[in-house]
Design a protein around this ligand. Sequence first.
Ligand code: ZN
Length: 64
Amino acid sequence: MEYHHPNTVSADAFEKRSTVDRKVACDGGKGPLGHPRVYLRIEQGEDRIVCPYCSRCFIYNGAH
Ligand SMILES: [Zn+2]
């Protein structure tokens, strides 16, 4: 499940989202960046993953 951290900063060109789950789903949301839903996995030792479709950045914010 996605978790939307209240302190998420989206000042950059691409949206960033914090997640407490290493497995995230992305469909690009509504609008021009929308794409078929894909599941992305933040690998052990990594702290983020960028969706190859819409460049949305998911930042792992779970237990380390
Ligand atoms: Zn995406």
